[in-house]
Design a protein around this ligand. Sequence first.
Ligand code: KG4
Ligand code: ZN
Length: 332
Amino acid sequence: MTLVLGIESSCDETAAALVDGDRRIVAQRIASQDAEHAPFGGVVPEIAARAHAERLAPMIEGVLADANVALGDLDAIAATAGPGLIGGVMVGLVSAKALAMASDVPLIAVNHLEGHALSPRLADAALDFPYALLLVSGGHCQILRVDGVGQYRRLATTIDDALGEAFDKTAKILGLGFPGGPAVERVAKEGDAKAVPLPRPMVGSGEPHFSFAGLKSAVLRAHESGQYKPEDIAASFQQAAIDCVTDRLRIALAQMEDCKTLVVAGGVAANASVRAALEDVAQAHAMRFTAPPPKLCTDNAAMIAWAGIERLALPDFIPDPLEISARPRWPL
Ligand code: KG4
Ligand code: ZN
């Protein structure tokens, strides 16, 4: 049975996981840095890199011990090589290189976005290519057509902020703390989504791209007006964001009519209201809908290990060279 170690360190989660070819997460550990970054209201790259450097090696040792596995038992070591905060990415990738070299195991440098893009296949064995993918995280907001491993066509992206970033900024404006997405979702449950008139940027545009900067500014103005309760702003923001996403998907899906499944991945896919709205979109297009469980939506190492397993299974697989560089930017 194929067994791959995955390492993730591109943002503020330090994570290691062992995943096998039967889609079993054999062991995993994850350490969030929320407490370190919370005083700053956002991720501080230097603090993130230091925290990864302190935690990653014992974490990998722990995951191997949890599963009673030796490095030599691995079929590959897969690590995020970008995109992300470069200091953290370097910590993970260099650790993977050292382990690969010491144990003579193949190295697989994984694009973090590919990890998110393939994560639904780890959770759902029935998910076949091609599929329509909404990838919504803190750094990215894209609609992609996924034709196979390594075969991604981007149909839409954001012209300014990512969707997760809009959730985080809304949380900051409302004083809900960090990380913002789950806080906005929680508070929105108590609010009235119709209470605050907010714009739906790009809705109606013939191209499926996103824009969230104007929505964020409108949230700020609504808050500063003193007229609205924070829970109503949160609920109205979340509904406006969902309306943008469903409208943009409608345009993009018209260009992917042969895709039978609508898939969502990335941190914002953990949001229950977003998932429910996407389920409706899929139903309206006679598509199946699938989303990984919330823990596989936010950053994790199991999805990186899984991307490694998918790459290993390609007929033309070749390991990545030990001199491969970490990349702060790396489009799919
Ligand atoms: O995929 P991810 O963990 O990291 C990146 O690759 O960016 O995504 C993190 C983003 C953050 O912006 C976070 O606020 C958002 O996902 N997020 C959520 C929820 N959980 C995480 N947004 C809305 N609702 C949630 N429940
Ligand atoms: Zn991510």
